[in-house]
Ligand binder design. Structure first.
Ligand code: AMP
Length: 397
C-alpha cells in the first residue's frame, strides 16, 4: 500500500472522513479543537497538491435526524481559520445541495458536509447511503482513526466504491495504523506491555492477546488487586472483581507456560479513604489491612517496573498505575511516564494508547517524549485486543 505522502491529489476531489466530533459549549463554541487540528496537515497536503476537499464527519449522537445542537455549521468559522481557507458548507451530507456544491469545487477549495449521523443509515452501515456519499469525490481518504472500529457507511462501507488506487489513509490514520502494527506485528524484543486501570474485565482481551506477543507484562492500577486476592492475599477494601479471580489465576498460569514475565506491584500506597486528603501508608502486596485501599503502586514497585521498561525495545502502555487524578496517588503513573520517556530516548519504540494513560501522559507533559500517543481510544483498544478494525480493512482491501 502506498503512503499518503506519495499520493498525488492534483485535479482530484478528495472525500475525507474526518473526526470533527469536538465538544461544544452552550454557545456552540468549540472547547477542545485537538481533533480538528490533527487533520489539518492531511487537508493541507491535498490542497497543496492541487486538489479540492470534501469533508464528512459526525458530531455527537443525534437521535432524531437534523438537530441544531449537532450541526457541523458551528465549526465552519473555526475550520476556516485553522486552514486559512474560506470553508463552504452544505446543509446536508447527501442530496442535491451537496452534489452541486461538491461538483463546483475548484482546486484549493474546501466543502464541509452536514453531520453524517443525521441519517440513521450512517451507523447502520447502509450501502445505498454509502454509495450516495461516494459520488461526491474521486478519491476516498479515511483520516478518522477514532471511528475505525465501526463498520459505518462513511468509515468502512463507502470504500468499496473506490478502486484501491483511489482510496487511502490520511496522515492521522496512517500514523496510528503504522504505530499499532509496529507494536503488534513487528515488535523488537524485549517487548513490555504496561497494563493498568480499574478493572480486569476491561483489559482481559488485551492481556490475552499480549500473552502471545509480549516478553513482559506489567500489571498495575486497581486491576492488580483482583490478582492479589485470587492468590490469597489481603487487599483490604481495594477495588477488585471477585468473579474475575479465576481468570486472573488463569492468566498467571498461561503466562508461566508461555514464558511471559508478569510483573505485579510488590508494594502499594494505601489510603483509609478514596480521597486526596486521606491518611496513607505503604503496604506490601497481599498485606493491606482491613479498612484501607490500594490507590497507587509503591516506591519499590516503581523501581522494579522502571528497570523492566528501561531494558525493553518495544513498549505499549495502556492504563494508569493508580488513581492519578488525585495528586497523592499519581507518583506510580508518573514514574512509568518517566521510565517510558527515558527508554524512548535510548532508542525504544513506545506507544501510549487507549484512554486514561493518554490523559496521564498529556497531563504530565510527556506526550512529546514517547514515540506515539494514540488519539483513538476505543479503536486502539480493539486493535490491541487483536480485532480487525473495519475502517482499516476497508482501505487495505
Ligand atoms: P481505565 O479506563 O480502565 O484505564 O481505568 C482508569 C481509571 O482507573 C482511572 O480513573 C483511575 O483512577 C482508576 N484506577 C487506577 N488505579 C486504581 C485503584 N487502585 N483503585 C481505584 N481506581 C483506580
Amino acid at each position: 500500500m502506498s503512503s499518503f505522502k506519495d499520493f498525488s491529489f492534483a485535479g482530484k476531489k478528495a472525500l475525507i472522513r474526518v473526526d470533527f466530533n469536538v465538544p461544544l459549549n452552550d454557545a456552540f463554541e468549540i472547547t477542545d479543537d485537538n481533533r480538528m487540528r490533527a487533520t489539518i496537515p492531511t487537508i493541507t497536503k491535498i490542497l497543496k497538491d492541487g486538489g479540492s476537499v470534501i469533508l464528512m464527519s459526525h458530531l455527537g449522537r443525534p437521535k432524531d435526524g437534523p438537530t441544531e445542537k449537532y450541526s457541523l455549521k458551528h465549526i465552519v468559522a473555526h475550520l476556516s481559520k485553522l486552514l486559512n481557507v474560506e470553508v463552504q458548507f452544505a446543509n446536508d451530507c447527501i442530496g442535491a445541495e451537496a452534489m452541486v456544491k461538491a461538483a463546483a469545487l475548484q482546486a484549493g477549495q474546501v466543502l464541509l458536509l452536514e453531520n453524517l449521523r443525521f441519517y440513521k443509515e450512517e451507523e447502520k452501515g447502509d450501502i445505498a447511503f454509502a454509495e450516495k456519499l461516494s459520488k461526491l469525490g474521486d478519491v476516498f481518504v479515511n483520516d478518522a482513526f477514532g471511528t475505525a472500529h465501526r463498520a459505518h457507511a462513511s468509515t468502512a462501507i463507502i470504500a468499496q466504491f473506490f478502486s484501491p488506487a483511489n482510496r487511502t489513509f490520511g496522515w492521522v490514520m496512517e500514523g496510528e495504523v503504522l504505530s499499532a502494527e509496529k507494536v503488534m506485528h513487528a515488535a523488537q524484543k524485549p517487548f513490555v506491555a504496561i497494563i493498568g486501570g480499574a478493572k480486569v474485565s476491561d483489559k482481559i482481551l488485551i492481556i490475552e492477546n499480549l500473552l502471545e506477543r509480549a516478553t513482559d507484562i506489567i500489571i498495575g492500577g486497581g486491576m492488580a488487586y483482583t490478582f492479589f486476592k485470587a492468590q490469597g492475599g489481603k487487599i483490604g477494601k481495594s477495588i477488585h472483581e471477585d468473579d474475575r479471580m479465576p481468570l486472573a489465576l488463569e492468566i498467571l498460569a498461561k503466562a508461566k507456560a508461555k514464558g511471559v514475565h508478569i510483573h505485579l506491584p510488590v508494594d502499594n500506597v494505601v489510603a483509609d479513604d478514596f480521597s486526596n486528603t486521606a491518611n496513607t501508608q505503604t503496604c506490601a502486596s497481599g498485606e493491606i489491612p482491613d479498612g484501607w485501599e490500594g490507590l497507587d503502586v509503591g516506591e519499590k514497585s516503581r523501581e522494579q517496573f522502571a528497570k523492566v521498561i528501561l531494558a525493553s525495545k518495544t513498549i505499549l502502555w495502556n492504563g494508569p498505575m493508580g488513581v492519578f487524578e488525585m495528586e497523592n496517588f499519581q507518583a506510580g503513573t508518573k514514574a512509568i511516564a518517566v521510565a517510558v520517556a527515558e527508554a524512548t530516548q535510548n532508542g525504544a519504540f513506545s506507544l501510549v494508547g487507549g484512554g486514561d494513560s493518554v490523559s496521564a501522559v498529556n497531563q504530565f507533559g510527556f506526550n512529546d517524549k514517547v514515540s506515539y500517543v494514540s488519539t483513538g481510544g476505543g479503536a486502539m483498544l480493539e486493535y490491541f485486543e487483536g480485532k480487525t478494525l473495519p475502517g482499516i480493512a476497508a482501505i487495505k482491501g
